[in-house]
Design a protein around this ligand. Sequence first.
Ligand SMILES: C[S@@+](CC[C@H](N)C(=O)[O-])C[C@H]1O[C@@H](n2cnc3c(N)ncnc32)[C@H](O)[C@@H]1O
Length: 391
Amino acid sequence: MRETLSRHYTNSGIGKLLVSNMKSTSPNSVLDMGIGTGCLTQYAIKRWTEAIFYGTDIDENLTDLLLKKFPTIKYFHIDGFSKKLPKTVQFNNGEIDVAICNPPYNEKVPINGYEELFELTGLSSLKNFKSVSGDLIFLAQNLRFLKPGGELGIIVPDSIITGHNFHNLRKNLLDNHSIDSIIELPDRVFHKTEAKAHIMTLRAHVSSDKPVYITSSNENGICDEALLVEKSRLVERMDFKFNSYHAHRYPPLSSGRPINYLDVDVSRGNRTKIDLEQKGVSYYHTTNINELDIKNAVYDGNPSNRTVKRGDVLLSRVGKRCLGKIEFINHDLPIEFSDCLYRIRFSRTSEAEIFYKKIKSTEGQDWLSAISHGTCSKVISKADLMNFKIP
Ligand SMILES: C[S@@+](CC[C@H](N)C(=O)[O-])C[C@H]1O[C@@H](n2cnc3c(N)ncnc32)[C@H](O)[C@@H]1O
């Protein structure tokens, strides 16, 4: 039950941070959809003492607890995915001043019937998916209830902030609403989940050219240095890790041409370490990059599209400690490589050598770390890697 309802309650440091970071001073109405035990509302009710509070949740066991804890709150036991929401609650579209939310995000929801909602809330790119995660339905529901200029503080999963699939959604958000801040939350901030998350605050249905405040927080809600980033730079990625790399570290990396423009093939191995082990052949994997015993190597004998050749570069694409480990192949044995590695094959050896040297440098390794996705086991996506620039 706990997991199916995505009840990863907000810890107190993060709840306090979400509310204190919002700009609204004296809203008339505050909505907390998926209120749970009120981890966010408890801070909001202290800050906005004059406001009328509304809470919704699908969990029927919460009613007594919430009414005891917050006697003045107007609580609705309803399904936040329902398309009929405005008929069930006591407020209409465009009426709420402030919304705070830590939505459920485990559930996959088919988008049939939500097209109008996505259109109404300026999130039309979501119509291109067959289904979306629950947090995106909650994002749209919150936006529908907010008045123009109303403020939303919402916890969103990393995929929305950094994923390639959500490039158009980020554009929708930047074009149709005014994002004020993005705060990257620490890994494992939600009990029992590895999912990475961010706090996003925005003003609904209004536009602004102001740069966005981007920072990161520890689990007590204490924030790092802040960056002010131009909106146009946030379509690619909105996270602090990526943007702070570009703001402070190595602006020269932005010079040169992405390898995408060169004649290069980036392939991932198609067998797991276990498959290769069972096959009884030598193979490259994250654990033996630069350490494979070539003299005693065992191999099938035939080069294939999953074996290496002289001049290839192998790169660890997943892992924590081994992410970015790299080897330049200097032999002619057709040895296979696991699905945890990319084989990068340039048609020109000179380009392979330049790439290898640059990506192996501290500058290159820092870049890989900045573009990586995920929590404990980091991943480098092929699309990101293709953006690496060489002179
Ligand atoms: C991630 S928890 C957040 C709870 C609380 N707001 C907090 O910050 O700790 C998500 C909440 O959404 C509720 N929920 C899950 N699915 C829902 C649905 N379809 N409609 C309404 N609430 C839902 C869960 O019961 C849970 O209380």
